[in-house]
Ligand binder design. Structure first.
Ligand code: HPA
Length: 274
């Protein structure tokens, strides 16, 4: 499986396997401003991605560029504090590296988080949204660059994508934590600029509830590799045109910061229910 990526990242995978204190079970990709979760669990090993030959350097504020091997309630975790974005100028086959490494290191589940703009008028900054599906319209062409990295049998895994059982665990965790978890469809927007109000109206008409610049390719690739996938978005702002407020990255990280505690409670409960 994944012949091209296996070749490209062979040394990186071997190095990480050597450094790994245990085989991780659950991978978490921590999105914009949500990276602090890493400081709330027991860390066994932290690796700066700058130390890893061939690992694309993170260029965004709020994305630390660290990989942690951690434990919570006896579960072995692999945390990606910071991700690789297409809008930073990286290719899709580089952006899916956290998903690829999760698979290679032995994870069977991946929980992907992100910051997103709310399209659904019932969503407000600070809400959390469970992804029911993803709209890949904006990166269909780029996703085809993964041809040659995926096996044919992998495509069957998309029948349960995102994983229904995993989503049910997340719903149960939210209920136990008394968190009003929204649900909806995530639209991938390439960036680097935020959308126009006209684009947001179109996305809404195509049944999308939130928009962000990550996750979809990571989620798809992990599912192709056979991992159970789930994703939660932190709604950090009203999408363009939903409110008249100006959008910028500091608003995104500010809201994510406010939501930190709620997010941490939800993720910890999810892990303990797995
Ligand atoms: N659009 C795209 N990506 C985002 C947004 C948004 O409004 N908010 C956070 N990430």
């Amino acid at each position: 499986m994944n012949p091209k990526l296996n070749l490209k990242y062979k040394d990186l995978v071997n190095l990480l396997k050597k450094k790994a204190p245990f085989i991780p079970e659950i991978a978490l990709i921590l999105g914009s401003g949500l990276g602090d979760f890493a400081s709330s669990v027991e860390l066994f090993k932290t690796i700066s991605t700058a130390e890893l030959p061939g690992y694309p350097p993170s260029t965004i504020i709020g994305h630390e560029g660290k990989i942690h091997f951690a434990k919570y309630e006896g579960k072995n975790l692999l945390l990606f504090q910071g991700r690789i974005h297409f809008y930073e100028g990286y290719s899709i086959s580089e952006c899916i590296l956290p998903a690829f490494l999760s698979y290679k290191l032995g994870c069977t589940k991946i929980f992907i988080t992100n910051a997103a703009g709310g399209i659904n008028p019932d969503f407000h900054p600070g809400d959390l949204m469970l992804a029911l599906s993803f709209n890949t319209f904006g990166i269909k062409k780029e996703l085809s660059s993964l041809i040659g990295t995926l096996s044919e049998e992998g495509t069957n895994n998309l029948r349960d994508f995102p994983s229904n059982a995993f989503n049910n665990i997340i719903r149960q965790a939210a209920k136990k934590e008394k968190i009003d978890l929204k649900e909806g469809v995530y639209w991938y927007s390439k960036g680097p600029s935020y959308e126009t109000p006209a684009e947001i109206r179109m996305m809404g008409k195509f049944s999308s509830d939130a928009v962000g610049m990550s996750t979809v390719h990571e989620a798809l690739f992990a599912a192709y590799c056979g991992l159970d996938v789930a994703s939660v978005s932190c709604i950090t702002n009203y999408a363009a045109g939903i409110s008249s407020a100006k959008l910028n990255h500091s608003e995104v990280t500010k809201t994510a910061n406010i939501v930190k505690n709620k997010f941490e409670r939800l993720v910890k409960r999810i892990i303990s229910l797995i």
